[in-house]
Ligand binder design. Structure first.
Ligand SMILES: Cc1cc2nc3c(=O)[nH]c(=O)nc-3n(C[C@H](O)[C@H](O)[C@H](O)COP(=O)(O)OP(=O)(O)OC[C@H]3O[C@@H](n4cnc5c(N)ncnc54)[C@H](O)[C@@H]3O)c2cc1C
Length: 392
């Protein structure tokens, strides 16, 4: 079978390595840092029900709810199936609730209206100002463990995973992509790896990787800040019942509560600063929903960049769709042998991989059905016990 080179060891690369090995391809994955050291290892940890996107981004909402249901079946050990609440704390929020409920139901998201009393019975730490709530099938994901489930299974099925190996050059000398040059940071040596097809799954860095083959892709890095406070202020995921904005999600993660997030746009995916005013606003906004957040000690603060698909028409960064797209650069730029996978969410990496592997099957002339919807993933715990040692 063809040898596929995957660039990027985040959630998308992990899910793609899994899908391709299940379909019988030979897979080599290169990651410039450690596995999951990009955005995937630093996200909020919300398994989206899709409700956050249901009103303004229906495509992403539908993708999220479908994948939410699939991941509950194939990777239950990476999830806390705790559900989420959207809470209204102002008249405007309450008015938005009807639009939100209708959009959820139209997207296939099970949403149930709760009175303030019912919501506070489920989550006593909610502000007494709560007016009404919607219960939705959000859940908590362990960002690292979910992706390691994909890596463990891919590795068991023969994928070769190479952390600390940066792709520095893409070979297009033959008039098509024939391989990549790797710098191995452990040995400080470079080498050429030949492949039949290259997949650019470099997330927010996809623009830089595509440029190595002279290709321009519409990726838009969109960083955001996250704040972890001590203590689980709630057991459910809490969202503000209003159009997606800043400081409107609280995700319980083990003994912490992770508050998020903000969003700005940059050309540099490494420009993940920690603006102080973002931290203050996130804590202030989240404590309007759950006052205990305001007094909780801050354990850590970090940021990461979303791999958004550029959209010059979007009226604000929050309006940029969270859907994904897979580009065959033979069609976009006349360059055969390379495809780029852009956009998406940690929640939807399996679907992103399915679409990309379908494209690879079409390009290589194989008719092999995707099996990742129903194949249970090996636990992340098995990662170090299965497969070959992939290092240099
Ligand atoms: C603040 C924030 C909060 C978020 N919260 C959520 C959430 O709660 N739920 C959710 O579903 N999604 C969330 N997301 C989105 C989600 O994190 C991303 O969509 C997803 O993790 C992207 O995965 P990826 O594999 O595409 O990218 P990445 O995880 O970034 O992987 C790409 C990898 O490519 C590597 N790379 C780059 N260049 C090279 C090269 N030349 N050679 C080799 N490797 C290279 C990078 O080092 C990186 O590890 C959030 C994002 C942000 C920023």
């Amino acid at each position: 079978m063809e040898h596929i080179i995957v660039i990027g060891g985040g959630g998308a690369g992990a899910a793609l390595a899994h899908d391709l090995t299940l379909r019988g391809f030979e897979v080599s994955l290169f990651e410039k840092g450690d596995l999951l050291s990009g955005t995937t290892g630093r996200h909020h940890g919300l398994l989206h029900s899709g409700a956050r996107y249901a009103v303004h981004d229906r495509a992403a909402a539908v993708e999220c709810v479908e994948e939410n249901n699939i991941l509950r079946r194939i990777a239950p050990q990476a999830l806390e199936q705790n559900d989420g609440l959207f809470v209204a704390i102002s008249p405007d929020d309450e008015a938005y609730g009807k639009t939100l409920l209708d959009a959820c139901l139209a997207s296939g998201i099970e949403a149930k209206k709760l009175s303030a009393t019912q919501a506070r019975k489920l989550e006593p730490a909610l502000t007494p100002e709560v007016r009404v709530a919607l219960q939705v099938p959000d859940a908590t994901i362990d960002a690292w463990r979910l992706a390691m489930h994909f890596f463990a299974t891919a590795r068991q099925n023969g994928a070769r995973l190479h952390p600390f190996c940066e792709v520095q050059w893409i070979d297009t000398r033959a008039g098509r992509v024939t391989g990549v040059e790797i710098l191995n940071y452990k040995t400080r040596k470079t080498s050429i790896v030949k492949g039949d097809l290259v997949v650019n799954a470099a997330g927010a860095w996809a623009g830089r990787v595509a440029a190595l083959a002279g290709i321009n892709v519409p990726v838009q890095p969109g960083p955001g800040v996250l704040v972890a406070v001590e203590g689980r202020v709630t057991n459910m995921v809490i969202n503000r019942m209003r159009p997606a904005g800043e400081g409107d999600i609280i995700v319980p993660q083990r003994g912490l509560s992770v508050l998020g997030t903000s969003l700005w746009l940059t050309d540099d995916p490494d420009d993940v600063t920690l603006p102080k005013k973002h931290i203050t606003r996130i804590i202030e906004n989240c404590s309007l929903m759950v006052p205990a957040v305001g007094g909780a000690p801050v354990r850590s603060v970090w940021s990461a960049a979303r791999p958004l698909i550029r959209d010059a028409e979007a009226s604000s960064p929050q309006q940029i769709s969270r859907t994904f797209e897979c580009y065959d650069h033979k069609d976009t730029h006349g360059v055969e042998g390379i495809v780029s996978l852009l956009g998406g969410k940690a929640t939807t990496v399996r679907a992103m991989a399915e679409k990309t592997a379908d494209l690879i099957c079409r390009k290589t002339g194989h008719k092999i059905a995707c099996r990742t919807r129903t194949t249970p993933l090996l636990s992340w715990r098995r990662f170090y016990a299965v497969g070959a040692e992939d290092g240099p």
